[in-house]
Design a protein around this ligand. Structure first.
Ligand code: FES
Ligand code: FES
Length: 153
């Protein structure tokens, strides 16, 4: 089946099984490997991308759901790594192994798009489904606050 979508601002046509997880289509068909496979069961958040601006878990989202819609991956969050979250992530040296980080940033980006000045509680609630085995949670929270122009440690 042919699926038409707008990926990181570019029109794309895919010949894939409509039930294929969006994550597979992104990584294996389109070669965008910034989005990671962690659990495959919507439990870890490493595969988060935006579908029309909403954070979704690409491992459990059939590619057919993206038909006719805008998909944004970490590769398309900004043209040159200049999104405030990306800059804050670098400045605060957030990642450790890095595996969870694109999902963390995409989840945080969806939050800031809706709530430019989130409270601590809103940050915690939005990020609670994104796991980090390296325990970078404190730096993630600081970086979100920094990107939002809020006081941070
Ligand atoms: S790989 Fe999708 S939530 Fe874990
Ligand atoms: S930085 Fe290693 S899992 Fe999060």
């Amino acid at each position: 089946m042919s699926i038409h979508l707008k990926l990181n601002g570019t029109e794309r046509e895919l010949e894939v099984d409509p039930e294929m997880p969006l994550l597979w289509a992104l990584r294996d068909v389109l070669g965008l490997t910034g989005t990671k496979y962690g659990c495959g069961q919507a439990l870890c958040g490493s595969c988060v991308v935006h579908l029309d601006g909403e954070a979704v878990r690409a491992c459990v989202t059939p590619v057919s759901r993206a038909a006719g819609r805008h998909v944004t991956t970490i590769e398309g969050l900004s043209a040159d790594g200049s999104h405030p979250l990306q800059k804050a992530w670098v400045e605060l040296a957030v990642p450790q192994c890095g595996f969870c980080q694109s999902g963390q940033i995409m989840t945080a980006a969806a939050l800031l798009a809706k709530k430019p000045k989130p409270t601590d509680n809103e940050i915690d609630q939005s990020m609670s489904g994104n796991l980090c085995r390296c325990g970078t949670y404190t730096r993630i929270r600081c970086a979100i606050k920094k990107a939002a122009g809020l006081p941070h440690e």
